[in-house]
Design a protein around this ligand. Structure first.
Ligand SMILES: Cc1cc2nc3c(=O)[nH]c(=O)nc-3n(C[C@H](O)[C@H](O)[C@H](O)COP(=O)(O)O)c2cc1C
Length: 367
């Protein structure tokens, strides 16, 4: 897989999830294998140009976090250009322009998903960046503003002409939020609209089979995974293996899940300091626990941790409590095993309780 001059070892991408895909999580996913390129949360271009501490923290990286794309948003071409120049100087492998953020205060300034409504202005802004830096410039968008305005195919073509090296496309409209089904034919239309530029499909991929179906049905060159990776950071390694061999690797064991969760907290402590890391981990740990089977005893207590030692204590108590759900082999009894997560486009028609992929709560749940 290649994006402009950038050669990648896999066609699987970690999608930006603001507040979640920070340096510690990117390292967790990369250590498990299969990630071709990971992206930072979206960063305000102006704040980067002004070297604001918050923006610099968002682009914090390390040798273990390569190659790294940084995603920026903004609508002032000079600010976006200067941010891209700065990022290239810091060693970013590529710069991604956010064209999908649906948050009102971002769109009102003409950035985020508002960019999907003004094709010429958006292509011209992208061209300014392409001219200014040697690293590839990419763009991430949805299918369009709403069903009546599906602009992604035309915009992708205009961006390719402007020199953009790849497009990431979430197969829903802005109006849809996270409801309904990822529209594979909508992604296909973007693939068909461009000449050579790689198009990377995105949305609801939770299993290797779903990634395979997205590639087969849309012709996309790669797949970007967001929430599915938060439930299951092994998804990249397992999908890469499945795409290469057709073989499905077994789900990670419970003890491996606990190991990775603890590793995640250790990395958070290194990057954010113990106190802030533990506060942040209160909303992160329950994601790991979603695949633990019965976990309310863990979730109830982990949302109050203030130190690494408290986390250990919560975990120890939980391991004791969880034993009641285990069989003689130490495995969860079948009725306590978590239900499989199902991609919206893999659900059987007429299923009564489709396995929706939940959206994290908070100010970003409109993404
Ligand atoms: C909490 C949250 C934060 C997100 N933050 C960003 C962001 O900063 N930039 C962006 O382009 N997309 C963002 N997205 C969209 C995701 O990158 C992705 O396109 C979307 O979640 C669909 O993919 P998934 O089903 O694999 O999660 C966010 C989504 C969520 C749920």
């Amino acid at each position: 897989m290649q994006i402009g001059s950038l050669k990648l070892t896999s066609n699987l991408f970690l999608s930006p999830l603001a507040g979640y895909t920070n340096l510690p999580f990117r390292i967790v996913a990369r250590e498990l294998g299969g990630v071709g390129l990971a992206t930072t949360d979206l960063v305000n271009a102006r704040s980067l140009v002004e070297r604001k501490a918050k923006a610099l923290k968002l682009i914090e990286s390390s040798d273990a976090d390569r190659p790294l794309a940084v995603q920026i948003f903004g609508s002032v071409p000079e600010e976006m250009r200067d941010a891209a120049i700065y990022l290239a100087s810091t060693g970013a492998a590529s710069v991604d322009i956010n064209m999908g953020c649906p948050v009102g205060k971002v769109c009102r300034t003409g950035s985020g998903s508002a960019m999907m409504t003004e094709l010429e202005r958006t292509a011209s802004l992208a061209h300014t960046l392409v001219e200014a830096v040697k690293i590839p410039v990419t763009a991430k968008m949805r299918l369009g503003w709403d069903d009546a305005n599906i602009t992604a195919p035309d915009l992708a073509r205009a961006l390719e002409d402007a020199g953009v090296a790849a497009i990431f496309i979430h197969g829903r409209t802005r109006q849809q939020g996270f409801s309904g089904t990822v529209n594979l034919s909508g992604i296909r239309a973007v693939v068909d609209a461009v000449k050579e530029m790689p198009v990377i499909g995105n949305g609801d991929v939770t299993t290797p089979e779903a990634a395979r179906k997205m590639i087969d049905d849309t012709g996309c060159a790669g797949v970007s995974i967001g929430r599915g990776a938060f439930y299951n950071p092994w998804i990249f390694q397992h999908t890469a293996h499945f795409l290469a061999t057709g073989e499905l690797l077994p789900e990670p064991s419970f003890s491996e899940r606990v190991r990775v969760m603890s590793r995640h907290l250790d990395l958070m402590v290194q990057v954010f300091g113990e106190s802030q890391a533990c506060r942040m981990f209160r909303k992160v740990a329950p994601w790991h626990a979603k695949r633990f089977g019965p976990a309310h005893e863990f979730n109830k207590r982990v949302v109050r941790i203030s130190s690494r030692a408290e986390f250990e204590d919560v975990l120890e108590n939980y391991l004791r409590w969880r034993q009641q759900f285990l069989d003689d082999q130490g495995e969860l009894k079948p009725r306590f095993r978590p239900a499989p997560l199902v991609a919206s486009f893999m659900e059987e028609p007429g299923t009564l309780h489709p396995g929706h992929l939940p959206v994290p709560k908070g100010p970003v749940d409109v993404w």
